[in-house]
Ligand binder design. Structure first.
Ligand code: UD1
Ligand code: CA
Length: 458
């Protein structure tokens, strides 16, 4: 068993540069809140405790995954105050405390295990994750003495007043550290405020003055090191995370025809040999099976698409598409739609809260809402369920192997039996028995000589 460690995530910053009502760490990267990315990295690295520092009442605590402990930052501003808000958890920690920033969504389990290995090997009071591969503007810089020992971290968020030679330092602090818990608390207790904040980075200077071991662990993974302070940073993190997700799906057997126009959110599952065309978005809790074809230009949200299904130029929300079923082009599946195996929903068709049986077809220009369509039925072009009487919604039941004529209106509640037919243009208000033909339209009448009357020849 590896030695236990605690992960402490600072997530209580004001994040004012995001210019948002939403706390910074709840902004999403590939659909998943930044903070959750960081929690997941801690979990994957094997942390036995994860503590998150939040600001009471800002809504961050509510969205935290199960098993994450909370500490509330009620006193003081700044990353040092954030860490001190978790004093109890640090004092009771078993093994090192890995301090992470909730605004570094791309920090990986590999960064953390590398950092911890270095920390254990050196037995230092603190090991700091650094990089020299990013534009260092705004980050804290690692200042070393003549002997190359870390002396302190200089903040450059406000570069005025920072000496030229310190602004020239390229090695930056990534806000990711492994600390010996007692050294961390005792150092922070002596750090004063600058610009109204208590800086965690001040603790490094204190530890150096006390002659404690300070080690850096350099990463060359520049994109994984990105911190998010504003929405331009968020955009960059999004691009990196998206590329990584697509890369992982591709390695697992998915073909992307035009990855640069494809959006696949974190947590989406895709089976092998599935082909994702241009302009596709797979969002939320979506799972696509194997050998499916999605796109071009399809959006699938919180839905399941089974093996071998095809979804072309369509918008699919909270629906289930059965194996080998076809959707689109130009279909809209709304919540509660379930398509059976081999079913077809075609062009300019909207389906809502309906069960469409195996092999059933709704090929053209239809609205099917609150209906059950039996297996093997074929609904003629422009079959419409009138499911709403202005006050309440009612269900339509269509049996198996039914054939509706074009322009059939089914005024719910209504029941069409197995193998029944409806005549073209019918407004069906009463049940149609099994195997019957329901016709409900005025008989045709021809008015002879009509044109001669209204439009006489000279
Ligand atoms: C911090 C570091 C800087 C480092 C950079 C890496 C300090 C003083 N500076 O700067 O050296 O290069 O991160 O990205 O630590 N937070 C709280 N409570 C607070 C303030 C912040 O929990 O009162 C949290 C934030 O939510 C954020 C993290 O701490 O997740 C970092 O805070 P932020 O204000 O973004 O620090 P930086 O200026 O980026
Ligand atoms: Ca930051």
């Amino acid at each position: 068993m590896a030695e236990p460690f605690t992960v402490l995530i600072m997530a209580a910053g004001r994040g004012t540069r995001m210019r948002s009502e939403l706390p910074k760490v709840l902004h999403r990267v590939c659909g998943k809140p930044m903070l959750e990315w960081v929690v997941d990295a801690g979990r994957e690295a094997g942390a036995d405790r994860i503590v998150c520092v939040v600001r009471p009442g800002d809504g961050v605590a509510e969205g935290l995954p199960d098993g994450v402990e909370l500490a509330e930052q009620t006193d003081g501003e700044g990353t040092g105050s954030a860490v001190l808000a978790a004093r109890e958890q640090i004092e009771s920690a078993n093994g090192p405390v890995v301090v992470l920033s909730g605004d570094h969504p791309l920090v990986s389990a590999k960064h953390l295990t590398g950092l911890l290995d270095a920390h254990r090997a050196d037995g230092a009071a603190v090991t700091i994750l650094t990089t020299d591969r990013l534009d260092p503007s705004g980050y804290g810089r690692i200042v070393r003495n003549g002997g190359g020992q870390v002396e302190r971290i200089v903040e450059t968020k406000h570069p005025e007043g920072v000496p030229e030679e310190e602004l020239a330092i390229r090695e930056i602090n990534l806000g990711t550290y492994a600390f010996a818990p007692d050294a961390l608390v005792s150092a922070l207790d002596t750090v004063g405020e600058s610009d109204g904040e208590r800086y965690l980075t001040g603790a490094i200077g204190v530890l150096s003055e006390r002659g404690k071991g300070i080690v850096t662990h350099l990463t060359d993974d520049a994109s994984g090191a990105l911190g998010v302070n504003d929405r331009a940073d968020l955009m960059r993190a999004e691009a990196v995370a998206q590329e990584r997700l697509l890369e992982a799906h591709a390695q697992a057997g998915v073909t992307f025809l035009q990855p640069e126009t494809t959006r696949v959110e974190a947590g989406v599952e895709i089976g092998v040999d599935t082909v994702i065309g241009p302009g596709v978005s797979l969002l939320g809790a979506t799972a696509v099976g194997a050998g499916a074809e999605i796109g071009p230009h399809a959006t699938v949200i919180d839905s399941r698409v089974a093996d071998g299904a095809r979804v072309l130029h369509s918008y699919v929300v909270e629906s289930e598409v059965g194996a080998d079923a076809t959707v689109g082009p130009f279909a809209y599946l709304r919540p509660g739609t379930v398509l059976g195996e081999g079913a077809k929903v075609g062009t300019f068709v909207e389906v809502k809260n309906s069960d469409v049986g195996a092999g059933a077809k709704i090929p053209h220009l239809s609205y099917i809402g609150d209906a059950d369509v039996g297996a093997g039925s074929n609904l003629g072009a422009s079959t419409i369920t009138a499911n709403y009487d202005g006050r309440r919604k009612h269900r339509t039941s269509i049996g198996e192997s039914v054939k509706t004529g074009i322009h059939t209106s089914l005024v719910a509640p209504v029941d069409v039996g197995d193998r029944a037919y409806t005549g073209a243009g019918s407004v069906i208000t009463g049940d149609v028995p099994e195997a019957a033909l329901g016709i409900a339209r005025a008989k045709q009448r021809n008015v002879e000589g009509y044109a001669d009357r209204v439009d006489p020849k000279d």
